[in-house]
Design a protein around this ligand. Sequence first.
Ligand code: CA
Length: 238
Amino acid sequence: MANPMSTATGAQRILIIEDEPDITEVLKYNLEKNHYQVATAGTGEDGLAAARDTLPDLVLLDLMLPGIDGLEVCRKIREDPRTRDLLVIMLTAKGTEADVVVGLTLGADDYIVKPFSTSELMARIKAVLRRAEPREGDSDDEAIKVGPLAIDLRKHEVRVDGKPIELTLSEFKLLSFLIKKKGRVFTRDQLLDAVVGPDVFVTARNIDVHVAALRKKLGKYGSWIVTVRGVGYRFEEV
Ligand code: CA
């Protein structure tokens, strides 16, 4: 159903792919109230077609869909050069961490677990849109500063409250990777790829060892490397 919306404002456009009409309705209502322009699709097939045709700023993708499911939709979005860079937030149910891990590996930008509050959803959407603004991955900044943490990427130096701390190369890579992508959840396999490369045979649990060591060295800021149960880790100032 076409939905007349103010196009003059240049509102950001969100595509909801969700088969449950009640949820779609609530999402749409709240997103529009927050000045987003919303389109909806009730199946994976329709959602994919809409994503290709309209190239929305962000896709809210339910994982449990009839026909092709959300993971397959995510895979296809990432495969198609036209839609490859679309932002995707997965909507998942409690107890589906395995799907979340697959989804993140397929390139979803974030996920949110049902049932969620409107404020939680809005915060997540804003965070993902904001992260996308300066293009990720091509920053050649030499220094990153997050509160009391300062990282000199060229010198491989980390300071906490102005004092240098000794990190191994893996710990340094892990910390700078997580901080550069602050707020985003990564699976252990994704972190391993980032830290040691995809061709090295170490188990994903090695990441836990690095994280434990890193947290210890970061002292009271160690808790900023947040464990996301059943999924992986994210960096967040908490
Ligand atoms: Ca569903």
